[in-house]
Write a protein that binds this ligand. Structure first.
Ligand code: GDP
Length: 207
């Protein structure tokens, strides 16, 4: 897939305030510092599109980006879709009332946003399975929201450790999940996994 255009559109405090749901939408979420902004920038070939680590946990807003893409350079038709940067979870400094607000906003968004095709749940590939990530994917199951996993920062681990962390996460999921979601391994640093994630989005757009 070739990204022709990637522009920041708007930040919304609630699903009701989000732009009109008139095109497919793909959202990204994960723990604070998981590499979400870096991944979004890498996917869009724009190093400044999403802010990296400016003020962790400060912006509790739903951020929409307006994307135009083509299946290949030669393809005649363009696809229009939204990329959504969601505020993540696991910020130590967030107060209980901020957490409650976050939870309501995210649950509302994920359950009510009709054009949401897939949510990419980012998992830091350097760690053993974290309860907070497993709890979040279990919530998605409860709400029946389609998701895929993205193991980030793959360049930071030796291949064997990377493989082990991915396997351990999937094994932990097997305890409650009958079918496992599709997963991607990415590195914003090395641009690994870019084509795979974009091809997945393109194939969903064609359905
Ligand atoms: P966010 O808080 O989830 O948006 O995370 P950021 O994208 O701001 O990344 C957090 C930190 O991890 C920053 O210092 C990034 O440079 C670093 N980082 C993010 N992705 C990668 C990656 O793929 N490889 C490496 N080596 N570092 C990364």
């Amino acid at each position: 897939m070739v990204i022709k255009k990637a522009n920041y559109l708007i930040s919304s405090p609630s699903v009701e305030k989000c732009p009109k749901a008139d095109r497919p939408e793909y959202a990204f979420i994960g723990r604070s510092n998981v590499g979400k902004s870096s991944l979004i920038n890498m996917l869009c070939n724009n190093s400044t599109l999403a802010k990296t680590s400016a003020a962790p946990g400060k912006t509790q807003l739903i951020n929409h980006y307006d994307i135009e893409s083509k299946a290949s350079i030669k393809a005649a038709t363009k696809s229009k879709w939204y990329l959504v940067d969601l505020p993540g979870y696991g910020y130590a400094k967030r107060s209980q009332s901020e957490r409650n607000k976050w939870e309501k906003m995210i649950e509302d968004y994920l359950r009510k946003r009709d054009n949401l095709v897939n949510i990419f749940v980012l998992i830091d590939s350097r760690h053993e399975p974290q309860a907070i990530d497993l709890e979040f994917v279990n919530k998605l199951g409860e709400w029946q929201v389609p998701f895929t996993l993205v193991f980030t920062k793959a360049d930071k681990e030796k291949p064997k450790a990377l493989e082990r962390h991915v396997k351990n996460f999937l094994d932990a999921m097997r305890e409650t999940w009958q079918f496992l979601p599709q997963s991607f391994i990415t590195s914003a640093e090395k641009k690994t996994g870019r084509e795979e994630v974009l091809t997945f989005i393109d194939s969903c757009n064609k359905k």
